[in-house]
Design a protein around this ligand. Sequence first.
Ligand code: ADE
Ligand code: ZN
Length: 353
Amino acid sequence: MTPEQFIAGLPKAELHMHIEGSIEPALMLALARRNGVAIRWQTEAELRDAYRFTRLQDFLDLYYDGCRVLLQVADFHEVTRDYLRRAHADGVRHAEMFLGPQGHTTRGVPLAVVMQGVLSAMEAAEAEDGITSGLILVAQRHRSEEEAMALLAEAEPWYGRILGFGLGGAELGHPPSKFERFFARCRELGFKVTAHAGEEGPAAYVREAVELLHVDRLDHGNASLEDPALVQELARRRIPLTVCPLSNLKLQVVTDMAAHPLKKLMDAGLCVTVNSDDPSYFGGYVNDNYLACQQALGLTQAELAQLARQSFEAAFMPEAQRAQALAAIDAWVALADTDVTAAATSLLPEASA
Ligand code: ADE
Ligand code: ZN
């Protein structure tokens, strides 16, 4: 079995992707046309060509601009349904998706429109493909804590349909400490909380996310390695990291895949997971991310399976479903092992006689 085949059949959870970062160029153009929104690009090739970034802010400028094509319930439904279809095709059994409502409500799109489109697509994906999903609303960190609080209040009608709240956007200059009261309120209300930290920012931001925001998971967390005591603490408490390798490459957080810290983070005993972040902008869905790491870092089948197991360990999902998913990984690994044996046996002279 090739690494591609092993990864393709490996049951996995995806825990770090932004719905708005999964608008494929074809859909972007179709929605722009359908909604009469002027965009700078006329073809898919032009759009793909524009996706060159030297840092996070370059990407965020394009990403927020791209959000303008999303206006109707059907638009939010389509982009979410498309992502879940691709995830399902990649062997994802459970996806926890980020949604950034402020990128829409500040353009005059009502939150009800956004939520109706996204939630109906999540229901359709579960009914049609059996993939389960959850929603994490992210506050934009360049905005104020008051605006984050307003988002939390506005989301109240959907509290029963939301897993948690997170923090995304421009990291440098906007430390987690800016959102301490917002996170405290989210936790009081019983929500899971995550924060982007240590993507472009320093280990000190990761520490703040853990110590001040009390996050259940860290999004990215690459910079943790700068602080050995922090790494020990993350390992001891098994606070998961949702790492996004191709995103890191495209945003020049790493110079090349061979320099990616994924393996170092795993070797330090951290609960690392692999995710796509903004798959249409960064050139790959979750399996592309697993494969890029396998190739550049020489990951073994056992290490790939460990990453998949950790994705379910880190998921905000019911225990029975988690146990089922972990058993499915064991079954796939056993099958891959027999496949290797079968292939080896077929090379023996007795087998071909
Ligand atoms: N929003 C979407 N993608 C992001 C990323 N990689 N970092 C911070 N905020 C984001
Ligand atoms: Zn992200």
